[in-house]
Design a binder for this molecule. Sequence first.
Ligand code: SAH
Length: 441
Amino acid sequence: MKKNDIFEIEITGVTDEGDGVGRAENIAVFVPFALQGERVEVLIIKTYKTYAIGKLQRVISPSPDRIKSDCEHFYKCGGCSFQNVNYDTELSFKEKAVTDAVRRIGKCDCEILPILGAKNQSCYRNKAQFPVGTEGIGLYARKSHRIIDMNFCSIQDEKTAIIIKIVRKWMADFGVPAYDELADTGLIRHIYTRVGNNKMLLCIVSRKAEIPHIDELISALLDTGIEFWGIILNVNEKQTNVVLGKKSLVLYGKDYMFGKIGDCEFKVSHLSFWQVNSAQTKVLYDVVKDFASLEGNEVVWDLYCGIGTIGQYMGKNAKKLIGIEIVPEAIDDAKENAKRNGISDFEYYCGTAESLASSIKDRPDLIILDPPRKGCDRELIDTVIKTGVKKIVYVSCKASTLARDLEILEKNGYKATRIQPVDLFPRTNHCEAVAEILRVK
Ligand code: SAH
């Protein structure tokens, strides 16, 4: 097989990135946008030893699950994977991806509960990070740093597009330069938005703090009638892929927002983590609460606690809450939030979970783990095992690292009993999963 060959193939599976998979000349061919069950014509664009990448040329027999994408940017943009398939099928792909990872990587036979889907599949995101560059303002193309110019992203809160248009017009009217990534010149790098309780927190990320005509931008933004928690200028002087820099200046309002989950209210500083799908966060946390089934006399360790959300959401049912989180602003928020949410006994520590957990004095009755995509550090898992804690609830945003960590736990006296996949990210290839893990030895 070589580049530019054309094959007619049957799509027999889907990867966890959402690409269709078929075979030609006995090797696997990955075909973005092709759906399971379809017969398609593909152009080979890259070959490797054991697989190849194909470009979808033509769908010969379409899947009954295929739908027309509502988003004009779908086939270029790297944000979504499932705009061209009905939601039930997307959910079944995600459930299968979690199951496959847990079985194959984790070698774990626990029960996988039917995935909990989202009511809204569009406009659900409360956070947007639009890169600004010489190619325009928008989102990155698949696996690339090329910007696809756009105002409207169909999974974003509708206010985002209005903000993008205003910034775009202001940059054009006053000749404010976009950041040039290669030359490391120019100014505006990112438009970063968040929505809490329907009000907007906006961060303009710039290479330098001195920006011409910034007052005109603020008045144009306020003239939209959108309510703002605050407008912040974040300065990122480094030539880096990291979005936010160390220095922030408040241009208007505040540098934090408030958000609600169920009866709990949370302060979220602009540097702190907040789940991007507010409606589904409640569904996710209710699963955690259910798996935790606290009785009121437990010591709960909430590791990777962010602003304290999960622990506090069920914390009134615990005797004591102890959280660890790496972002200092998030720990400040967590302490404030604990008081706000009526938690009487709590401790929050700033640092890495792997370095701090072993020095916590109170023995845990329950450990909550909610790490980023790379999963838990091995040192932390060893600490968790050493505590001999009876129950762990592991909240994961990447099934493969959850599976890896489950295997370690299962070799060390624990058993995953059930896993609940929850879709917080409709149309994208991401999915959350909550695992209940019990000590068996
Ligand atoms: N449980 C929270 C946050 C989950 S996101 C919620 O549901 O809102 C994961 C969090 O882990 C982020 O806040 C991130 O800043 C933090 N984090 C990343 N690496 C960490 C580490 N090594 N130790 C502790 N916290 C870490």
